[in-house]
Design a protein around this ligand. Structure first.
Ligand code: GDP
Length: 595
């Protein structure tokens, strides 16, 4: 007799974590099950009832729809199909070709903005129709009857901001390199972003009108420094010489973009409810919240109810890049919309839902998830790399490497790339000389990579962003330690290391005897801060009398306080140590993860 399955009542949609909790399983197990069914879902992602039922079934449960009265807020029945279209694969027979979405990346001043302006001017047809250019974050042009969408915010910040939130913003990237200046640090960085996104690239060799332009030298740099061999040299990179100033080569560039786009299958289902990415969100004094949305699937219509990030609303009006009112936006079309309750953030995903009630439930849930995510960052750390391999979420360890000097770049990259444990690989997304910067952190966050520094540290901005995004930064000064860490991570044997960081020192000035409690030290903080939740080391001269003591009380004028700064006096009681003497030093320290 087969064993009877336990009944599990499930709502129309729930997060992976909620499903795991209901079954008493780890979310990793649930994610593995989803992956084996071809669905990549993160812990906080919503899945619909049908998907959840399949997972539940293979984990020994029989799923039943939750009865309406048991749900906190019932959603009407027609809502379910809406969800299915977002989280399950589109039916391939419904997919139709859509215009490619193109991003411009490259070093500052190499001409991204000028090229975008020049390309926009080529669309005479649209201009003749009487529109006035509106910068809404993207625009479309028609070349030989084919439409191309350009993202109008040049630079990889926008490109990466979109990717950092998990969306694929562009289908083709144009790497702009000035022919009179050549490959520069940001060119390398931009190339790393493009490679990480896995989109085809076209190189625009700009400013060829300049007398000192040297396209041949730059092609050589592209080949030697970035591994981008021009097609005319037998490679597979389309390199087009252009001038944003004279307009030379612009047609060829558009042609090359369409060729590169043809390499990938760029399709969408125009009949689905719309979904896509927020390109811009702003508060307009007159119009209220305005957002530019890039439709990536489905068709967006006036009157649709949209959830965008953590805001929602019914679309009242839509404009195109010429300021003209439109009522429909098919896939790859950017539109400026009015009707959302607040401006969404650039890079947020948006989707059309059945009604305002559902929109409200989703945004509320997302707000909670966002708060949750702030506490528990989702980016991988070197320790959970192995777990991710096991969960089938990753097949390779992605690294960004920064080193202190040219001479160490090659040895570090070569030794790291040579590491292979079972069939797990290391892939270096970007390697360069210099401090770890905010851009490195954004790239790491967008691509699920870990940053490795060899004799370099993150700059303050990078450290701050890494902390908020949960990006793991490891620094080493001995190469074999670095390699050892990576190997251990691949084997799932890496333990986090901790180091003590001193936050302040206080000197004992008096000793008080408190009934029932014992001795409390009256101290003055002479450096940094004394903190309630820190550990304390007690020094008498060069001798350590106590180590790792917890602070049992920290008071100023009989008030309990959290911390006391340099120059102030306070009373300190320690767990397990009372033999203070005037002149003892109390060193306050906290335990932090090293490496
Ligand atoms: P971005 O920082 O990459 O967006 O670069 P910009 O488009 O702002 O261009 C930087 C400077 O280079 C501006 O002064 C432009 O006028 C100039 N520039 C851009 N493209 C060309 C070009 O094809 N030829 C020449 N001569 N100057 C150009």
């Amino acid at each position: 007799m087969p064993q009877e399955k336990q009944i599990l009542e499930l709502p129309d949609f729930l997060t992976v974590r909620e499903l795991a909790d209901l079954m008493g399983e780890s979310p990793i197990e649930v994610m593995k099950e989803l992956i084996s069914n071809g669905i990549m879902a993160s812990i906080n992602q919503q899945i619909d009832f049908d998907t959840a039922a399949i997972v539940a079934d293979s984990m020994g449960y029989e799923a039943r729809p939750m009865r309406a009265e048991e749900e906190e807020e019932s959603t009407d029945e027609a809502a379910a199909p809406q969800w299915r279209t977002f989280y399950s694969e589109e039916d391939p027979s419904k997919l139709k070709p859509r215009p490619p979405v193109v991003a411009m990346l490259g070093h500052v001043d190499h001409g991204k903005t000028s090229l975008l302006d020049r390309i926009r001017q080529t669309d005479v047809q649209a201009q003749e129709a009487g529109g006035i250019t509106q910068h809404i974050g993207a625009y479309q042009v028609t070349h030989n009857g084919q439409v191309i969408t350009f993202l109008d915010t040049p630079g990889h910040e926008a490109f990466t901001a979109i990717r950092a939130r998990g969306a694929q913003g562009a289908d083709v990237a144009v790497l702009v390199v000035a022919a009179d200046d050549g490959v520069m640090p940001t060119t390398r960085e931009a190339w790393a972003h493009i490679r990480a996104a896995g989109v085809p690239v076209v190189v625009a060799l700009n400013k060829i009108d300049r007398p000192n332009a040297n396209p041949e030298r730059v092609k050589q740099q592209l080949d030697e420094e970035l591994g981008l061999k021009p097609d005319e040299w037998g490679g597979d990179t389309l390199v087009v010489a252009v001038s944003a100033k004279t307009g030379e080569g612009i047609e060829d560039l558009l042609e090359a973009i369409l060729l590169a786009a043809a390499e990938t299958d760029i399709r969408a289902n125009p009949d689905a409810p719309a979904a896509g990415t927020v390109l811009e969100g702003r508060m307009d004094n007159r119009l209220g919240p305005v957002a530019t949305l890039l439709v990536q699937n489905g068709t967006l219509r006036t009157g649709d109810v949209v959830v965008a990030g953590v805001t929602h609303g019914r679309i009242k009006r839509m404009f195109d890049e010429w300021g003209k009112v439109v009522r429909e936006a098919p896939p790859s079309k950017p539109v400026s919309v009015m009707g959302l309750s607040e401006p969404p953030h650039a890079g947020d995903m948006f989707e059309v839902v059945k009604n305002i009630k559902i929109a409200r439930i989703i945004t509320e849930q997302r707000r909670l998830e966002r708060e949750d995510a702030r506490v528990k960052p989702q980016a991988p750390s070197l320790e959970d790399v192995f777990e991710r391999f096991q969960a089938g979420e990753a097949k390779e360890l992605r690294l960004i490497i920064k080193v202190d000097a040219d001479g160490s770049l090659e040895p570090v990259v070569n030794s790291v790339e040579g590491i292979e444990v079972s069939d797990l690989n290391v892939r270096v997304l970007h390697a360069d000389v210099g401090e770890i910067t905010e851009n490195d952190v954004n790239l790491a966050s967008a691509s699920g990579a870990v940053i490795i520094g060899f004799n370099v540290k993150p700059d303050p901005a990078a450290a701050r962003v890494a902390e908020s995004l949960g990006v793991d930064i490891r620094t080493y000064n001995i190469i074999y330690k670095l390699i050892e860490s990576v190997e251990l991570a691949l084997q799932g044997m890496l333990e986090p290391e901790y180091e003590d960081k001193r936050i302040g020192v206080a000197e004992v000035r008096q000793i008080f005897r408190v009934p029932r409690i014992g001795n409390v030290a009256g101290v003055q903080v002479i450096d940094g801060v004394a903190r309630r939740n820190a550990k304390v080391r007690v020094w008498r001269g060069r001798e350590i009398l106590a180590e790792g003591a917890s602070v049992s009380s920290l008071k100023r004028f009989n008030e309990d306080v959290r911390e006391v700064r340099t120059g102030f006096e306070c009373g300190v009681g320690l767990d397990g140590f009372q033999d203070f003497k005037v002149g003892d030093k109390l060193e306050f320290y906290v335990r932090e993860r090293a490496n």
